[in-house]
Design a protein around this ligand. Structure first.
Ligand SMILES: [Zn+2]
Length: 435
């Protein structure tokens, strides 16, 4: 690892650590954008944009768009777009959460997205997300909380009580997942959790009359780490897809000299549940910003015809113990560069043209790249790429850093691949001549 890569990885590790929920990821990204001089925009205001200036806006505090206007008009240059998603599969706390079983206080959880459930057992879990409450003045207020300390565990069943555990061990999400947060106390159990939230908010300096509602996810308190004899790997929760959010953001911030073309980063929530929401990739967020950049229909159409979106979402690296799960010629390797994802059935939006363009950005940046096609006898995952391509009619390439254990609570990626991807994205924004 070079010194530059080490610095980049330390930034990635601290981003992962400070972003236990999509809302936290957006706040962390906004902080970096503001430090770099990007200005806040509100969708409810009239915009007066300046060439060369950077801007950011969010929807719901959970999806983010940042862009830096080019020196030339968007109709002439198109927009150089990078996309990623802020959400990761997790367990979310139900509204009426408290459950008493066998003297244990537990919290009911809803499974968000395609959680790989087994790795969630026997972890020191904490909670983070958004809370809505009524303050002392009787007004509704919102706050982000991150409890940080371990406060829950989902204990495994001992192997002595389930001798088949290593052969087949079905997990019933309703019965087997509610984390244990304590033992029964004298308090009314139906109020325990909201009372706890109120006291956490109080410690943060909020004056809380009553907690009304929340969007909270459990997360693993084990911090991200560099792993391997030579620190070949990064191990963390939420690498899918905070790795891409961070890498896209760093590419935006690294290109801080005036550019002819406008560069844009969109990070959507709700990808893991299909993207169909007001703030998800199937919603109107990106399109409405692009229409405001163009100003009028003719310019919008000309801009879109010249634009390209690089949709960044991690890819499945070939696993040494399960190598037969990959096509023999399309098994992406760790630390061998970003993966161009191809699917003839349009689960990925890559075309031969956009694939060729992305590989030329890698060549410009001097970084390797590889390809992924799922085995012909297996189904294929998807990303925000085909959704954006369908909605906007824009050219899209689906790419991503290779990783193992996608959707586990602890995923593993290479310690070079995010940096390689970032170099290719920078070449796309700053060195592509548009042809
Ligand atoms: Zn993903």
């Amino acid at each position: 690892m070079t010194q530059q890569q080490a610095v980049f990885n330390q930034g990635l590790i601290s981003f992962l650590q400070s972003s236990p929920s999509p809302a936290h990821a957006v706040v962390t990204m906004v902080r970096q954008l503001e430090e770099a001089g990007y200005q806040a925009l509100n969708e409810g205001d009239e915009w007066h944009l300046q060439a060369g200036q950077g801007y950011w806006l969010t929807r719901g505090g959970r999806s983010l768009i940042a862009f830096r206007l080019g020196e030339q008009g968007v109709a002439e240059t198109g927009v150089r777009m990078m996309g990623a998603h802020t959400d990761s599969p997790c367990l979310k706390v139900k509204p009426k959460a408290e459950i008493l079983r066998q003297g244990c206080l537990q919290l009911g959880v809803e499974v968000y997205g395609g959680v790989l459930m087994h790795p969630w057992f026997d972890r020191d879990l904490s909670l983070a997300g958004q809370v809505h409450f009524r303050n002392d003045a009787g007004k509704l207020q919102a706050a982000l909380i991150n409890v940080e300390k371990p406060l829950a565990v989902i204990p495994s069943l001992a192997i002595h009580l389930n001798r088949d555990a290593n052969k087949n061990s079905e997990i019933n999400a309703q019965l087997h997942l509610p984390p244990v947060v304590g033992l029964k106390s004298s308090d009314n159990p139906s109020l325990v959790f909201r009372k706890l939230l109120a006291s956490w908010l109080g410690r943060e300096g909020y004056s809380v009359d009553e907690v009304i509602d929340y969007d909270l996810c459990f997360y693993d308190t084990q911090p991200p780490a560099l792993v391997g004899l030579n620190e070949e790997f990064i191990s963390s929760a939420r690498l899918d897809n905070l790795l891409s959010c961070y890498t896209g953001l760093q590419a935006m911030l690294a290109v801080d000299t005036p550019q002819a073309a406008t560069a844009l980063l969109v990070c959507n929530d709700h990808e893991e549940v299909g993207s169909a929401s007001a703030i998800g990739a199937e919603g109107p967020f990106l399109e409405s910003v692009l229409r405001r950049l163009a100003g009028e229909e003719q310019k919008y159409q000309r801009m879109m015809a010249r634009s390209l979106l690089i949709s960044c979402d991690n890819a499945h690296a070939i696993h040494p113990n399960y190598a037969d799960k990959h096509d023999e010629n399309h098994g992406p390797k760790i630390n061998a560069g970003p993966v161009i994802k191809v699917n003839a059935n349009q689960r990925y939006a890559t075309t031969s043209e956009t694939s060729a363009l992305f590989s030329s950005f890698c060549d410009l940046a001097g970084v390797p790249y590889q390809h992924f096609v799922v085995r012909s006898d297996m189904g294929c995952g998807s990303t925000i790429g085909p959704i954006a391509a369908t909605k906007l009619g824009v050219r899209v390439v689906d790419v991503g850093a290779p990783q193992w254990a996608m959707h586990s609570i602890r995923e593993t990626a290479g310690s070079k691949d995010a940096w390689y991807l970032g170099q290719a994205l920078q070449a796309f924004i700053s060195r592509w001549d548009g042809s």
